[in-house]
Design a protein around this ligand. Structure first.
Ligand code: CMP
Length: 139
């Protein structure tokens, strides 16, 4: 059954390009409420662990290097059908394939520098949220 929470990161390109405010506005305008949020920078070991599922992929080293290259914003979001609706809001991984009006179609630069992360399942949303936040940081 779908749960009502998902996990997101605004990636280093969003911060570098000055898009924090615009992206958060799109997220809240779409009906998501923020249950947890932090501005932080991933260490290499955190990024390797977070993306361990991609460890065998050719882009893994590049992904870890990129995700540790600058600060990110991590957040837990709440809305009915959160995982699916958030992936619709952000659009396809490759911005050239992202639907018009999605966050990635507006703000992503490439498959790697693609502005935002969104959990791909309820199970991963819970794992990823718990990776970044303690119980006391979630409201
Ligand atoms: P995300 O959905 O956050 O999680 C996995 C990430 O791997 C994905 O976003 C992309 O940023 C990245 N990724 C996927 N495919 C490629 C690729 N071919 N080259 C570089 N990065 C990729």
């Amino acid at each position: 059954m779908a749960t009502n929470r998902t996990f997101t990161m605004l990636k280093p390109d969003s911060i570098e390009n000055g898009n924090i405010g615009n992206i958060l506005q799109m997220i809240t305008d779409a009906g998501f409420s923020i249950k947890a949020m932090k501005y932080t920078q991933l260490t290499e070991s955190q990024a390797k662990e977070f993306y361990a599922v991609h460890a065998e992929r050719p882009f893994y080293a590049e992904l870890v290097e990129y995700m540790t290259s600058g600060p990110i914003i991590a957040a837990i979001l709440e809305k009915d059908n959160a995982v699916v609706d958030f992936r619709t809001l952000i659009g396809a991984t490759d911005p050239s394939e992202a639907e018009e009006g999605t966050i990635r179609s507006k703000y992503a630069e490439s498959k790697g520098r693609n502005a935002v992360h969104g959990s791909d399942s309820d199970e991963n949303a819970a794992i990823e949220g718990n990776f970044h936040f303690t119980g006391a940081e979630i409201f």
